[in-house]
Design a protein. Structure first.
Length: 51
């Protein structure tokens, strides 16, 4: 993923977490956890592509 795609993904995740947390704090927490897992899994996949 290049820098622009990474930044766009980060903004989308922040928007999702803020939107869900305004509806319910528990939804915001769940979205934040899922977003962190997504970023960790995605960064692992991009590390494997470089090898």
């Amino acid at each position: 993923m290049n820098n622009l795609e990474s930044f766009q993904t980060l903004l989308e995740i922040v928007l999702l977490v803020l939107t869900l947390s305004s509806e319910s704090p528990f939804l915001g927490i769940a979205a934040a956890i899922c977003a962190l897992l997504y970023l960790l899994i995605d960064s692992d996949d991009s590390d494997n592509d470089k090898e």
